[in-house]
Every structure is written in structure tokens, then in C-alpha cells.
Design a protein around this ligand. Sequence first.
Ligand code: ATP
Ligand code: MG
Length: 282
Amino acid sequence: MARVVTVANQKGGVGKTTTSVNMAAALAHQGAKVLVIDLDPQGNASTALGAEHTSGTVSSYEVLIGQTEPTDAMQASSQHDGLFCIPATIDLAGAEIELVSMVRREYRLHDALRRGFLEEQGFDFVFIDCPPSLGLITINAMTAVDEVLIPIQCEYYALEGVGQLLGNISMIREHLNHNLHISGVLLTMYDARTRLASDVADEVRNQFGEVVLKNVIPRSVKVSEAPGFGQTVIEYDPTSRGAMAYFDAAKEFSERGDYQPHETTGPIGVSPEVYAQLEGEN
Ligand SMILES: Nc1ncnc2c1ncn2[C@@H]1O[C@H](COP(=O)(O)OP(=O)(O)OP(=O)(O)O)[C@@H](O)[C@H]1O
Ligand SMILES: [Mg+2]
């Protein structure tokens, strides 16, 4: 069974796309079969994966509106064996409005993936890259998965909007997808030289606990250069600090498995040990 993971944070520029493509590439590099679904009309994940995504290319837009099956929108990465991408084109910008009048408008992606596609393809991981908003496209990403991975940038206002994101996840859990939960939080653009970065990291760990991955992603020029070459940093410079950090984070995320929430932790996942402990206390 694939672990299907939505990478979300409605705050812009926190590293959602960078995390989606590099976690995916790192896992593919480690031998997994991985799909990235680009659900952002900006198409940044498609760019980083070197996927064709000019307007009119069969993409996540056609999948959402039901014009095509995922298999026909999927492209194999030329960078990594076992890595695939369903790209996003600018056409997706219209979907937010078009979806409103469609049947099962919150479940279009869920339905498309679960008409046999996931079973037939045998992916180990699917990562869905979200736009920085909480509209119907992001809701489709949240109903198609169990797991949410939240990248948080170690900067001023890092936790701004995180309360709102938690509220939305809780609401979707209640009304649209009972299985939805946060199985990972990843600290990105961490600058070890600054007090600010460690303060933010402490604050995030205080709020989210051990669902926060131990590995953090440092701020690294190589990471930001890679998309300009249509590459992940895993391909662009696999020995750079940024690439190594994504290798480690991917390994940690894969090895520890899904963190399920306890009924006392809302949507926030906990380790099996803490889960057992919380059960004991009840
Ligand atoms: N670890 C890092 N070191 C340096 N630059 C980074 C790092 N991670 C991301 N960046 C850069 O920061 C910018 C924002 O990252 P990214 O596009 O992944 O964020 P995003 O959350 O997907 O943004 P959006 O909300 O617009 O979709 C990009 O220019 C990216 O190259
Ligand atoms: Mg993005």
C-alpha cells in the first residue's frame, strides 16, 4: 500500500514544493517507486522534476475535472528511476472555479486515484504538492490522503497561519476525511548560525512534539539553484548539504512510518510509543 502524503501549508514560500520533489527524489534514489502530483498552477514541482507542463499538456487539471485518468497524465522522470510526476499547467488555475459546480467536488482527486490507479501502479509513496491556499484544490489534496506533511520555514512569523491550518485539517477530518492527520512536520531553511532559527525550531517542537522530524533542512544555495536547471537537488548536487539533509529526512520519514494521532492529540500524529503511553493514561 502506498503512503499518500499531502505537503501543505497555506503560507507561501515555506518549502512545500522543494520538500515534495526532494523527499520524492531521495526516496526514489533509495529504491522506492514514487509519484509527485503537482496541484499548484504555478507548476513549480513540475519544473523541478523536468516534466513537460506547457498549457495543454495532459496534467492534474484534466485528472481533477475528470477528462483523463491519472495513468495518461503521468510522466516518468528522466532524472531518477522510479520517480514519476503528474504535472500541473496554468490550466489548473481555472479548476478552483470549475470544480464548484461538479459532483463530489471535494473528492475528485481521491476518486481518480482510487479507481484502480494506485493498486495497479504499486507506488511506495505519493506526494501531493499544494498551492499556498485553502481552496477546493487543497481540499481535494486533503481528501485524497491520510497523511499531511507540513513544512515550516525557520523564519519570523513561522507559525503564522499554522493555527488556521490546524483548524482546517480538523474541520476536514470531521466532515470530509476522518483519516486525515499530520504525520510529519519538517523544519526548512534552517540557518544554524542564527538564534532565530533555533528559537523557531524550539517553538515548533513545543507545539507539535515528536511529529516534527529530527532532521532539519538547512538553508542552502544549491537547493535554491537546482530548479533553475529543471532538477531536484538530489540530482543537481547529491553530496551538497541540502541534498544530504533531504536524504536523511526522507529516510527518517520512511523508516518511522505513519504517525497516527491519539484521540487526545487532535489531528497531530504521535509515535507508537507515545500512543501506547497515552492509551495507558486513559
Ligand atoms: N533549504 C533551502 N535553502 C535555500 N532556499 C530554499 C530552501 N528551500 C526552499 N528554498 C527556496 O525558497 C523558495 C520557496 O520554496 P518553495 O517554492 O519550495 O516554497 P513553496 O512553499 O512551495 O512556495 P509556494 O507557496 O509559492 O508554492 C524557492 O525559491 C526555493 O528555491
Ligand atoms: Mg510551491
